[in-house]
Write a protein that binds this ligand. Structure first.
Ligand SMILES: [Zn+2]
Length: 261
């Protein structure tokens, strides 16, 4: 039997990914094998979000929960047809989306229909290392590299890592605003080293799925080393769309790191 979905394709057993027109953003659906699914970072445009529920129906499953990897506006979306289920994130991320809701959703206003803006960032704190669900072991790894309280999701039995906005082939390392010397970013990246080494398939927040996670991790470390040691890098991502401003900011962060040492 073949299953036809509009957007989702299976990248590992029970792990389905859809790529958005919005900065090649990945939405991931994890099947529990019992008719349920966790939808991670569904994105981005209204028609793309609306296509996910029928895709779940085609797979014979329904959403039992959502997970947002971090507080950025493109990672806290949902669609009404996915249902009123808990949408988990780290307690720190949820606190931020409550206390600074307007700022979190600001970039969505006018870009998406009002009902989707209203539904964005309605998250429930999840305080634990293992996700309680009826699917395969699902482990949460929290760090502060790209955003404070950012989580990565590991499916160790499948060798799959959902990295959120880390380890991308299209986006340079993108530190949080208050990370002025790349130290927080490097600490977060290093904290993922073991899980990267034991994973076989990587789904980044934006860009292509990789079957060589270590290659992505090494590229990001090399880029940080370049900026901290020399202030220049030949990382090919520098030439990608919209990366010039980020790279310039990262060069300044690298210079700050050199001045400290
Ligand atoms: Zn982000």
């Amino acid at each position: 039997m073949t299953t036809t979905t509009a957007r989702l394709s299976e990248i590992a057993p029970g792990v389905w990914v859809a790529q958005s027109r919005f900065y090649a953003q990945n939405s991931t659906v994890l099947l529990d094998g019992h008719g349920g699914a966790i939808v991670v970072d569904p994105a981005y445009y209204a028609d793309e979000l609306a296509a996910i529920p029928p895709d779940l129906a085609a797979l014979g499953v329904r959403a039992v929960a959502g997970i947002s990897t971090h507080m950025h506006y493109d990672h806290v979306l949902w669609h009404p047809d996915l249902g009123d289920v808990p949408r988990w994130s780290t307690p720190g991320t949820v606190r931020e989306t409550v206390e600074n809701r307007e700022r979190v959703v600001a970039d969505l206003v006018g870009a998406l229909p009002d009902d989707l803006v209203d539904l964005a960032a309605r998250l429930t704190p999840y305080d634990g290392e293992l996700v309680e669900w009826s699917g395969p072991t699902l482990r949460i790894h929290v760090h502060d590299a790209h955003a404070p309280h950012h989580l990565a999701l590991e499916l160790p039995d499948l060798g799959v890592l959902l990295a959120g906005d880390m380890l991308s082939d299209v986006e340079l390392p993108y530190p949080a605003d208050d990370d002025t010397d790349l130290v927080t970013y490097r600490t977060g990246l290093e904290s993922l080293g073991d899980v990267v080494r034991r994973s076989r398939v990587l789904v980044p927040g934006h860009g292509g799925v990789s079957e060589n996670p270590v290659e992505r991790w090494d590229a990001d470390r090399r880029y940080l080393d370049d900026l901290e040691e020399r202030g220049i890098s030949d990382d090919p991502r520098i030439g990608h769309d919209d990366m010039a401003e980020l790279h310039a900011a990262n060069v300044r962060r690298g210079a700050a790191a050199r001045n400290w040492s």
